[in-house]
Design a protein around this ligand. Structure first.
Ligand SMILES: C[S@@+](CC[C@H](N)C(=O)[O-])C[C@H]1O[C@@H](n2cnc3c(N)ncnc32)[C@H](O)[C@@H]1O
Length: 274
């Protein structure tokens, strides 16, 4: 492991700190804001809109109202705070104190401060939580940062109640061509190692989930459409959006007719029942 938790914390603190100065109305979230943001080509998340819209559907299919939810590696905490606006009691947890502070500010701005608590800590040690404390654990682009630590996975499973649901949105690393492309792109664009592009979920972690959880549903997404990474930052232009849409349609046809290729997709939604 080449990156230390301190390096990772410093990197993400620098990413999230600037958002702390934003006015309340820019920090508030609810379901409409989430959907609007995901469909807005000006937002960096536009690139992952299909993945996150699928996640939104999967989360909305769960009984969020009244559930105890852990937003694991919450980052800007929009997902955790959004789930609180749906009636959940949410803990936003991140290694980065700035991320957690942002989550709490967002919760206040969204009128759900009483349903959101924050934990700034390393997710490889969840000893602050009781066994079976959560009904749902949600982690987007986060477990690939923590599974490298010994016991992180056991602790994640421990704090989920029997019958509870783990929902993951992740980058999938089974495809050697995509992996090479990712590494090259990260190098060319001078991406920091802390962004974790090279540590991604693959078949071995999915096998681990299957041996631990009662049910594991996987939805692999995007094969050729992973070319979207080359269009990063260009989605305000119509041709970039049309190009992405075309790749997505081709993918849908390929994956429908040749489902065995799904394992080579670049992104995945996982819903696992303990
Ligand atoms: C790629 S970001 C994703 C953030 C957020 N879940 C999202 O989807 O926008 C990864 C997050 O994992 C957090 N992280 C990395 N290592 C961690 C650790 N050991 N414990 C807790 N959080 C960690 C980082 O601080 C960062 O906020």
């Amino acid at each position: 492991m080449s990156i230390t938790p301190d390096q990772e914390r410093g990197f993400y603190d620098a990413v999230y700190s600037p958002f702390l100065d934003r006015p309340s109305e820019e920090l508030a979230v609810n379901r409409d804001v989430m959907i609007r943001t995901l469909n807005d080509p000006k937002q960096p998340v536009y690139e992952r809109r299909r993945l996150y819209l699928r996640i939104l559907d999967r989360l909305l299919a769960l009984p969020l109202n009244g559930s105890r939810i852990l937003d694991y590696g919450c980052g800007p905490a929009d997902w955790g705070v959004w789930m609180a606006t749906e009636g959940a009691h949410v803990t936003v947890l991140d290694l980065s104190p700035a991320a957690v502070q942002l989550g709490l500010k967002r919760a206040a701005a969204s009128g759900v401060a009483d349903r959101v608590r924050g934990e700034a800590r390393d997710a490889s040690d969840l000893s602050c939580f009781a066994d079976a404390e959560f009904d749902i654990i949600y982690a987007s682009a986060a477990v690939h940062h923590t599974l490298k630590y010994q016991h992180a996975f056991e602790d994640l499973v421990r704090v989920l109640k029997p019958g509870g649901v783990l929902v993951l949105a992740e980058t999938l690393g089974n495809n050697p061509v995509l992996n090479l492309g990712r590494r090259l792109r990260a190098k060319v664009q001078g991406e920091a190692e802390e962004q974790g592009e090279e540590i991604i979920l693959s078949e071995s972690e999915i096998r681990l989930l299957r041996t631990t959880f009662r049910e594991v549903h996987t939805e692999e997404m995007h094969l050729l459409a992973m070319g979207k990474r080359l269009l990063r930052g260009r989605f305000t232009s119509k041709w970039a959006r049309q190009c992405l849409r075309l790749l997505e349609i081709i993918d849908d046809v390929i994956l429908y007719t040749l489902p065995f290729l799904k394992r080579y997709c670049g992104e995945i939604v996982i819903v696992a029942v303990k």
